[in-house]
Design a protein. Structure first.
Lengths: 291, 232
């Protein structure tokens, strides 16, 4: 029964990984840019929530309406003022710039908030759970996380499929020169894409901060989890990202069941196994949208 | 004053000069063709007018205003639409989505999805299929339709007959009079001289980056065109 419980907990944890991974996947899809600061930006969002919570005494969930718009505006400006200067110069310069950004964010957070681990206290929901049997309990908070992840992915999928903005994003992803020829301002569109990506990263950051403690240097490990979820799911597939996140979560939970020290390694091994069997990921879209 | 006026425009790829002081004009509702061999600078000229490449020297006026420094998307806003060489439809979007995204700038005018599908009936059967699975001719029709969706005042067509079966080329060219009849100026680039002479009211021949000959198809002799085309 412990194993079944581990699988359930892993599936729920997958929601958090999917939330983390969505923005990374979107930015890569639209700009072919790997944002190495993605994990740090979601940790930054967790700290922003911490500031809001300390200043107002609000529940961290209520900080989301503040943190998400703040991160989206920040994302738009970051792309317009900094990253747009690098996207036309091959894949290397965005990598270096976002790597530098990652280092800067970590050090600023360290300077402002110290190296102590912090956490967001959401109250009783953190410990509440529904017991299906004696051995299997479904935590209310992890379930909310998964539902929010599904909601965010669903909303994003609808946006991409049904709206003119979504069509423009997909068109730019296909061919950014042809996109300019239909009148799309690709630099504005890139900034909108990063704004959406950081909005999702902000939600992920707040949920991460409620779930566990976080420190200034926790970004890169989040980035790796997000990466593994995206690659396992298949680049360019939103629902694949959810499945990738769940695969990672289940592997980690099963690993932890064997030995607590095996948790992270099990996730990485699952990632390697998927890469060997399906190098394009579990749900890679067929045809033109290949990286 | 013409709709489009290109005055003594030059262009460089690094140290290589692709265009030397090229001038031409297109009026509203007029179809003008640029012919010339591979590498003569025809596509370069269209890309400069669309704003994908910068021009060095000279000036480009559209409807009386200088547009040299405008980015591509703002030229689309003004009504300049390029059908690029190689079609470059959006492969992961459906035919209908390609057309809808073509109307991104929401310019008002006669062209909408039903009008484009009526112009190119071959597309209407495939409107919910991804553009990647279309044939070359269908993709070319889609690329033109996508450009029309912005209701352009000036339509730039780059080698629309390249790689297509003759019967399909005929279908694509049959659409041009209807487009020009709506008041749209058409500037087309062709390697196929016969096709260009049949479609255009005026023809300019580019030879190694210079305009070597210009005139109406009726007044240009076969020999003059061959000389201007090949430079012999």
């Amino acid at each position: 029964m412990d194993w079944v419980n581990a699988v359930v907990q892993g599936l729920l944890l997958g929601g958090l990984y999917a939330l983390l991974a969505t923005g990374l996947s979107l930015v890569f899809g639209v700009m072919r840019m790997v944002n190495l600061a993605h994990g740090d930006l979601s940790i930054l969002a967790a700290y922003l929530a911490l500031v809001v919570v300390s200043a107002t005494g609000l529940n961290p969930f209520l900080a989301i309406p503040v943190v998400v718009p703040a991160m989206m505006i920040g994302g738009y400006l970051l792309q317009r003022l900094l990253l747009n200067r690098s996207v036309d110069h091959g894949p290397m310069s965005p990598l270096l710039i976002t790597f530098g950004l990652s280092v800067i964010i970590q050090n600023v957070l360290l300077d402002v908030f110290s190296a102590d681990s912090r956490g967001l206290d959401a109250g009783q929901i953190e410990n509440a759970s529904i017991h299906l049997t004696d051995a299997i309990g479904i935590g209310v908070f992890p379930s909310v996380t998964l539902l929010v992840a599904i909601g965010v992915l669903g909303g994003l999928a609808l946006l991409l499929a049904r709206t003119q903005l979504g069509r423009a994003i997909r068109a730019t992803s296909d061919d950014h020169t042809a996109a300019r020829l239909v009148g799309i301002d690709n630099r504005h569109l890139y900034a909108v894409a990063l704004a959406i990506a950081l909005g999702t990263a902000a939600i992920a950051g707040v949920f991460l901060g409620i779930r566990t403690t976080f420190g200034p240097s926790d970004g890169p490990i989040q980035l790796i989890s997000a990466f593994e979820a995206v690659i396992m799911g298949g680049l360019g597939s939103l629902w694949g990202t959810l499945v990738g996140g769940m695969t990672l979560g289940v592997a980690q939970a099963l690993g932890a069941q064997i030995s607590p020290s095996f948790q992270l390694l099990a996730g990485h091994l699952a990632f390697l196994a998927v890469l060997i069997v399906r190098p394009h990921g579990l749900f890679a879209p067929s045809g033109a949208r290949q990286a | 004053m013409s709709l489009l006026e290109v005055e003594t425009v030059s262009s460089f790829y690094g140290d290589f000069q692709a265009l030397y002081d090229v001038s031409l004009a297109v009026d509203a509702g007029e179809t003008v063709a640029i012919i010339g061999a591979n590498g003569a600078g025809k596509s370069t000229l269209l890309n400069i007018i669309a704003g994908l490449f910068p021009n060095r020297g000279g000036a480009i006026h559209f409807d009386g205003s200088l547009i040299d420094r405008l980015p591509t998307h703002l030229r689309v806003e003004l009504g300049i639409s390029l059908v690029p060489e190689g079609r470059r439809v959006f492969p992961s979007l459906t035919v209908r989505e390609n057309l809808l995204v073509g109307a991104y700038r929401k310019r008002p005018g006669p062209w909408d999805v039903p009008a484009v599908l009526a112009l190119f009936p071959l597309l209407s059967f495939r409107s919910d299929q991804r553009a990647a699975v279309l044939s070359g001719g269908e993709q070319q029709a889609l690329a033109i339709g996508r450009a029309l969706m912005s209701n352009p005042r000036l339509l730039l067509l780059d080698e629309v007959s390249l790689g297509l079966a003759p019967v399909v080329v005929g279908q694509v060219y049959a659409a041009i009079p209807a487009i020009a009849a709506a008041g749209t100026g058409v500037l087309l680039v062709e390697q196929n001289i016969e096709q260009a002479l049949a479609a255009a009211k005026r023809v300019s021949c580019l030879l190694e980056g210079r305009i070597a000959l210009t005139g109406s198809p009726s007044e240009l002799s076969r020999d003059a065109i061959v000389t201007a085309y090949f430079g012999i």
